[in-house]
Design a protein around this ligand. Structure first.
Ligand SMILES: C[S@@+](CC[C@H](N)C(=O)[O-])C[C@H]1O[C@@H](n2cnc3c(N)ncnc32)[C@H](O)[C@@H]1O
Length: 216
């Protein structure tokens, strides 16, 4: 699959499932103590009023939570259907369409924080160095990156979610390997947290949270 093909497939998948996805995950992160703790630590590291981009924001639940923690946040996503929900549910927050692999709207060093909450899981492994270089470019020296993703070695193939005629691979990754790639992109990895799957949330893999800083 070419770069353009994989973005098109990801966008088509999330356009098809946006309403069901939003209904399923609405408030899930805000209700989960671990997610809330990670996001609160992250918001404190960035600092009140910090300029943060939630990249691959989906329906905007995490974007809204970051705003409630005092951050000056905007959202970006490939999927127009996801963005329509994010805008409706988070009036006052700016959401734009685009790919986080090419952040044309963000100048070098213009952000205090970048969040990729389960959005790098569709980026092919050979494109991760370019993705992390782009995150590094837009962060100001001393700015913080937060990554969340599922842990593992094999992708999970999701076929016909909620009955929609679409399918997509969800990559699982090793936190140590992600930390190496972040270091290679110039980041100082500050936090590596892994929690066990929550059966109540229908999770089948451990979940990883990494916080990395662009050195000052
Ligand atoms: C699993 S969802 C996570 C959504 C949201 N962060 C959340 O936790 O609810 C993945 C999201 O990442 C977006 N995405 C994947 N690759 C992207 C890319 N290259 N640029 C922008 N958004 C992307 C998808 O469109 C989708 O909305």
């Amino acid at each position: 699959m070419t770069h353009a093909d994989h973005l098109t497939a990801t966008r088509a998948f999330y356009d098809a499932i946006a309403d069901d996805y939003a209904d399923h995950f609405r408030d899930a992160h805000a209700a989960d103590p671990m997610d809330r703790a990670v996001l609160t630590v992250y918001a404190e590291l960035v600092g009140t009023g910090g300029r943060v981009a939630d990249l691959g924001c989906g329906p905007g639940g995490i974007t809204g939570l970051l705003a409630s923690l005092g951050l000056s946040v905007s959202g970006l996503d490939l999927s127009e259907s996801m963005l329509a929900i994010a805008r409706r549910e988070n009036p006052g927050i700016r959401f734009e369409r685009g790919s986080m692999l090419k952040l044309e709207g963000h100048a070098d060093g213009s952000l205090d924080g970048v969040v990729s909450w389960y959005s790098s899981i569709h980026t092919p492994v050979d494109e991760l160095p370019a993705l992390f270089a782009e995150f590094h470019r837009v962060l100001t020296p001393g700015g913080h990156l937060l990554l969340a993703f599922q842990v593992g070695d094999e992708p999970r193939h999701l076929d016909r979610p909620w009955g929609h005629p679409v399918a997509l691979d969800f990559q699982r990754r090793r936190p140590e390997r992600m930390a190496e790639l972040l270091a290679a992109a110039g980041f100082d990895v500050r936090v590596r947290t892994v929690r066990e799957p929550e059966p109540d949330r229908d999770e089948s893999a451990p979940q990883a949270y990494l916080i990395a800083r662009r050195p000052a």
